[in-house]
Design a binder for this molecule. Sequence first.
Ligand code: UD1
Ligand code: UDP
Length: 378
Amino acid sequence: MSTQSTPTNVVIVLGTRPEIIKFAPVIRECIDREVPFTLVHTGQHYSPDLDEVFFDQLELPAPDVHLGVGSDSHGKQTAAMLEGVEEVLFDVEPDVVLVQGDTNSTLAGALAAAKLNIEVGHIEAGLRSFDREMPEETNRVVVDHIADYLFTPTSETREYLEREGLSDRIFVTGNTVVDAAHQYADVAAEKSTVLDELGLEPGEFYLLTAHRAENVDQLDRFSSLLDGVAQFADETGWDVVYPIHPRAQNRIDAFDLEVPDAIRLVEPLDFLDFLRLESTAALAFTDSGGVQEETCILGTPCVTLRYTTERPETVYVGANCLAGLDPVDIVDAGRQMLGKRPDWDVPFGDGRAAERILDLLTAPTSPTAGTIPAETPQ
Ligand code: UD1
Ligand code: UDP
């Protein structure tokens, strides 16, 4: 970490649905404190229901720069973003570039900055699935090792970073997903009409999301996952609502995959409607990172349709169970988690992560490497 003066001119790089949601509290904090920032959207996500709807609902300013990169292979997509972000950095000359999470947009933003010797702050640093088959794992590891500020959510993730020799740049802040969930769960309960629209009774339906490349891009894995969830749902006769990510919808179409009757496909939902379903579902089945976190925060038991997770804290506290993709295991996990009392502690912080990140970035002197504010969640 450099000993330069405290950064005040920030570039924020984002590109996908979860980055927009998890950056929202940070952007709001920048606006409230009048910290100058330039918002760069890579265009990795562009369908209105993965992108625009979140800017509108979370009342975020329109991006200052939109790179319009779109979908492509990993190399081409990341290269186009790298080139685009670098242009912006030449122009803006920021003190720090902030990236969040583990997407190709995260990698491109961090790499473009690091190559120009501009400081990088990685929000949600330190997560590890230890599964290098996931493209996200490569992105996480690379970004953590080139970043200057590792804003890590938990003591678990801090330990991973320490073991990788990065102790001098870790700041445990909590995860901004708690900030976002706290800010919007009550609004969702008040304003969302999604239960009526879908004809659902609270506590008498299941929620499913599945979009990970390693699950939905392979026919046998995707159909096994759907069969397992449907078999479990048939035991109670309750519907499974699956707001489907375009990657998964594309695979269903390409494979001509027959989705079991118990599973109702709906379009991707906006944040308030999705939070409402997460809060009121009897159980969530997912391969999403953000959904594992949010269900834990909102008190809904979760079954993760993967063999590894970079959010093991959710399993340790009893909110989540790793089922894998075998239908027998999915049914077992569903039985184990259904009706579980949500008496677990939330391991991701207290909803003030964005505040801490901005405190650190705007401190009168550069934050001391490795310091952890006393009130930080451990
Ligand atoms: C990306 C991230 C993943 C994250 C997810 C959040 C990487 C490597 N993956 O996965 O970590 O969990 O976003 O949702 O960065 N598509 C559309 N409209 C869009 C975007 C994508 O139709 O707005 C379709 C395209 O067919 C595209 C496919 O979805 O080829 C995959 O999109 P991509 O951004 O490559 O990866 P995600 O699966 O969205
Ligand atoms: N989400 C949403 N509508 C949906 C599905 C998900 O608003 O139909 C939100 C969800 O609340 C969470 C985020 O999207 O905040 C998770 O994104 P995703 O699962 O696409 O990515 P991951 O977290 O796996 O990277």
